[in-house]
Design a protein around this ligand. Structure first.
Ligand SMILES: [Zn+2]
Length: 294
């Protein structure tokens, strides 16, 4: 008896509670039936395994295949245990099943390899079969390999100019060590602006230049990438203190820093353009040569 309730209200509550407990009993009975039925299936699998000569017995595999793919209520672990196999072993033995999803490129039906399988969608693209997936990957790496080969070839293009011009450009950069710019080596400013990088770049070019001049060379060659950093930095330095710039250049040349550096930059652009055309022939895009790579 629930205190404080009227008899008619109470009767309704008692009815609903009785319905609820009846339903609970029914649910636990059906859960029990379900467990027994599940166990009966697993017992049958275990019996088949006992009777089979090996875990590759065709009738055992057929049953495992059916239960695994069609009866999701039976866990894969319990099923594999009944067959005295590891889940992965069982998956290999029973093989994949149709997924109902087609490859976006060739239309082949995709196969599920496990219950938790999802179609492969690399780079958020449409689902692809393993063959098309592999082809696409190969094409991508071929293209990007070509791209990086071209970039490297262009960066390494030799820029040739009179040794005197290189001497002037490196002198301008090396005259202003990064410390005088109040930039700490390795600081965020240094890393962002590459001030030490530019200075070290000039220093290595100057060292090679000295060796080349000592060997009697009037012309000096430098890779395009290094030349670009050298000229950009030298132009910045030259603009800061025109009197100091003149003092630095006087022992080397009477030409203006701007004129000299512009000429060096034109040499660089010419070398880069020639390298770009050559690289396009040497390392073409896969897309330009056709999908078969011919
Ligand atoms: Zn395909």
């Amino acid at each position: 008896m629930i205190e404080g309730s009227r008899p008619d209200q109470l009767a309704q509550v008692e009815n609903s509670i009785r319905d609820f407990t009846d339903a609970e009993v029914a649910a636990s009975e059906s859960q029990r039936r379900l467990d027994l039925a599940k166990q009966a299936v697993l017992d049958e699998v275990a019996r088949l395994r006992d009777e089979a000569e090996s875990d590759r017995d065709p009738s055992l595999i057929a049953v495992l295949r059916h239960v695994y793919w069609q009866q999701r209520g039976i866990s894969s672990r319990a099923l594999a245990e009944a067959a005295r196999m590891h889940v992965n072993e069982m998956l290999v033995a029973i093989g994949p099943a149709p997924s109902g999803i087609a490859c976006a490129t060739c239309g082949t039906g995709l196969l599920r390899t496990s219950r938790s399988w999802k179609p492969s969608r690399r780079h958020a693209g449409p689902p692809l079969c393993p063959d098309c997936e592999a082809q696409k990957r190969e094409a991508n790496s071929r293209e990007s390999a070509g791209y990086w080969l071209r970039v490297r070839f262009i960066n390494e293009a030799a820029v040739s100019a009179p040794a005197r011009d290189w001497h002037a450009a490196t002198a301008l950069v090396l005259a202003y060590p990064p410390l005088s710019l109040r930039v700490q080596p390795g600081s965020a400013h240094d890393l962002q602006d590459g001030i030490w990088l530019a200075w070290e770049n000039a220093r290595t070019i100057r060292d090679r230049l000295i060796a080349a001049v000592a060997a009697g060379d009037d012309l000096f060659e430098c890779p395009a990438k290094e030349t670009q950093l050298l000229v950009e930095t030298a132009l910045r330095m030259a603009g800061w203190d025109t009197a100091r710039t003149r003092d630095l250049l006087d022992p080397i040349t009477s030409e203006s820093a701007h004129g000299l550096l512009t000429r060096l930059n034109i040499c660089r652009k010419t070398a880069v353009e020639a390298a770009r055309q050559r690289a396009a022939q040497l390392f073409p895009d896969a897309s330009e040569t056709g999908a078969d790579g011919s």
